[in-house]
Design a protein around this ligand. Structure first.
Ligand SMILES: Nc1ncnc2c1ncn2[C@@H]1O[C@H](COP(=O)(O)OP(=O)(O)OP(=O)(O)O)[C@@H](O)[C@H]1O
Ligand SMILES: O=C(O)C1=C[C@@H](O)[C@@H](O)[C@H](O)C1
Length: 224
């Protein structure tokens, strides 16, 4: 989602893993020679989504890297085919937290939050507008985000002094690393268990697994 910290956390995660960070929004802007806001305005959202899918496809063969995708990448089934080549992380923050961050940054560069190109909105109005849109978008997408391999909450503990801003980037990055490790260990364990299956019941092939003559063959025999 917008403002969840994909670029910020992605950078720190890349450092911790010594992997490069590839940012799909950044690559689209470089290739198009336009900002995301301009692409939405001149070519429309569908054209932007096509570019996003194209960039994702190009990034698919890369291994040992962190990819920060745009938040709308979950919308196309085809994109999941590409994303499942890696481990997909959902940075899950409340609309209130995301609205605080995006409205503080200004909405100008975020077309889906209704930023106006000619006028920067900040303060309470920008917060309310951002909150309303983020709440709707998250509601629409939450089932798609839930397909991610790993979900990491962005909220800080209730007693924390950071409650308003959410957990710090360092804490979120630590949570991502921990969740990734647990997920990869669980996958490895499941693979190991699947490999060690046992065949019970001696050498006899169960009735249900025997190769039976096809009904068509039977019909031919009866006709003779
Ligand atoms: N853990 C954090 N604590 C406080 N502020 C944060 C944290 N993570 C990100 N931010 C701030 O939130 C804003 C959005 O972060 P960032 O640009 O990394 O998000 P994004 O998910 O890449 O956003 P978008 O998809 O809209 O480009 C930035 O101002 C960033 O400094
Ligand atoms: O959530 C979204 O649909 C978007 C998120 C941003 O990263 C950009 O990819 C773009 O503004 C759209």
């Amino acid at each position: 989602m917008m403002g969840s910290g994909k670029s910020t956390v992605g950078k720190l995660l890349g450092k911790a893993l010594t992997y490069p960070l590839l940012d799909s929004d950044g690559l689209i802007q470089q290739l198009a020679g336009q900002s995301i806001k301009e692409i939405f305005e001149t070519e429309g959202e569908e054209a932007f989504r096509d570019m996003e899918t194209e960039v994702l496809q190009q990034l698919m063969p890369f291994k040992a890297c962190v990819i920060a995708t745009g938040g709308g990448v979950v919308l196309r089934r085809k994109n999941w085919g590409y994303m499942h080549h890696g481990v997909v992380v959902w940075l899950n923050g409340s609309p209130e937290l995301l609205a605080r961050r995006t409205s503080r940054d200004g909405l100008k560069s975020r077309p889906l939050l209704g930023g106006k190109a000619d006028q920067e909105q900040q303060g309470e109005d920008a917060y309310q507008q951002s909150l309303e849109r983020l709440t709707r978008i998250l509601e629409e997408r939450k089932h798609q985000y839930a397909v991610a391999d790993v979900m990491v909450p962005l909220e800080a503990g209730p007693s924390s002094r950071e409650a308003e801003a959410g957990a710090s980037t360092a804490v979120v990055t630590y949570r991502v690393l921990k969740a990734l490790k647990e997920r990869l260990q669980k996958d490895a364990q499941e693979r190991e268990e699947a490999r060690n299956f046992e065949i019970k019941g001696g050498n006899d092939v169960p009735q249900t697994m025997r190769v039976m003559p096809s009904p068509a063959a039977g019909a031919t025999q009866n006709e003779e």
